[in-house]
Design a protein around this ligand. Structure first.
Ligand SMILES: NC(=O)c1ccc[n+]([C@@H]2O[C@H](COP(=O)([O-])OP(=O)(O)OC[C@H]3O[C@@H](n4cnc5c(N)ncnc54)[C@H](OP(=O)(O)O)[C@@H]3O)[C@@H](O)[C@H]2O)c1
Length: 301
């Protein structure tokens, strides 16, 4: 029998990669949801339902009518600085929405894969494993921790997929990423400053989608770190990008995070230990170089 999976935030970076991956699985029936009209570039292979996750009744109606076996909840307010200045909107999207999703899953006994972030940590002691203690230092981080807490304290069957600095190319998406930004800047002969005192395990969006799919397919319960496998500074990511595209590295200068003024604080050292996801799920992400190659082939194709 086919497994029915409903995803939230289908227009987002993760959402688009999930639609692509799940529509290729013969054993999966996909229900893609997002707010407003369907903005995806193709409409075959899945059912689309409009669903604003902050509208409790809509969430309950769509999920109880479509009756998925698994819900992958990727929708969220993801702009870290906006979350700091628009706290009510952030809480509605990242916490109350999770309450509605959990309520709906509980009604039809669906398994929930909830997507979360390294920003629940203070960044004092990364890389983190799944048992590390959360201590957010931004409102976004706090809201995502509260969302996790809703899931963890529920009576439904659940998994939390935590991820880090997701990069990829998606349809109709204005948000850039470090690889495209470095490539474009160096091609234009621009000098750039890149920080050396932050550490992340950058995650190819396709790998995050695969991690969520593996969890959904196995209905594997608990918390899973789903990120890239190397812990790098943005400066190292920039140098590797320049190397890959044979661009002029002398245009890249080192900088401290304190050089840049940002509204919300960022955790200095995160990054994830992936042992559990590798062992339990068989998760095997690309290296950063391989991730650049995936983006390069998408740019060419
Ligand atoms: N990107 C990262 O670096 C990163 C790092 C760690 C964790 N994460 C987590 O990974 C997940 C996916 O992130 P992403 O990179 O795919 O983010 P994204 O590209 O910003 O996508 C988020 C999606 O959520 C949707 N959304 C927001 N509010 C909604 C609402 N009220 N109703 C329905 N949909 C709504 C947005 O819809 P619109 O398109 O209509 O705005 C958007 O398409 C999130 O849970 C995020 O917290 C991301």
């Amino acid at each position: 029998m086919k497994k029915r999976i409903l995803i939230t935030g289908a227009n987002g970076l993760l959402g688009q990669k999930l639609v692509h991956l799940l529509t290729q699985q013969p054993t999966i029936e996909l229900i893609a949801t997002a707010r407003g009209d369907n903005r995806l570039p193709f409409s075959e292979g899945y059912v689309y339902r409009s669903m604003d996750i902050t509208d409790r009744q809509q969430v309950l109606d769509v999920i109880t009518e479509t009756r998925p076996d698994v819900v992958i909840h990727g929708a969220a307010m993801t702009d870290v600085d906006k979350c700091e200045t628009q706290k009510d909107a952030c809480w509605a999207q990242n916490v109350h929405a999770v309450e509605y999703i959990v309520e709906a899953c509980s009604t039809i006994d669906a398994f929930l894969v909830h997507v979360s972030t390294d920003f629940i940590f203070d960044g004092a002691a990364g890389p983190y494993d799944e048992t590390a203690e959360a201590n957010p230092i931004s409102f976004y981080g706090w809201s995502k921790q509260a969302g996790e807490s809703v899931v963890r304290h529920s009576a439904i069957r659940w998994a939390i997929a935590r991820t880090v600095l997701v990069y990829g190319i998606a349809h109709d998406m204005s948000r850039s990423n470090i690889i495209l930004w470095v490539k474009k800047s160096l091609e234009d002969g621009k000098n750039i400053k890149v920080v050396t005192d932050q550490w992340r395990s950058p995650t190819l969006a396709e790998d995050l989608a695969m991690g969520c799919y593996l969890i959904a397919d196995q209905e594997a319960e608990g918390i899973f770190n789903i990120s890239g496998k190397e812990v790098l500074t943005p400066y190292e990511m920039a140098i590797r990008t320049a190397d890959y595209f044979s661009l002029d590295k002398s245009l890249i200068a080192q900088a401290d995070a304190s050089t840049f003024t940002q509204v919300a604080r960022r955790p200095p050292r995160t990054g994830f230990v992936l042992d559990k996801a590798r062992t339990v799920l068989g998760y095997d992400p690309h290296s950063f170089e391989e991730g650049i190659a995936v983006l390069a082939s998408q740019l060419n194709g």
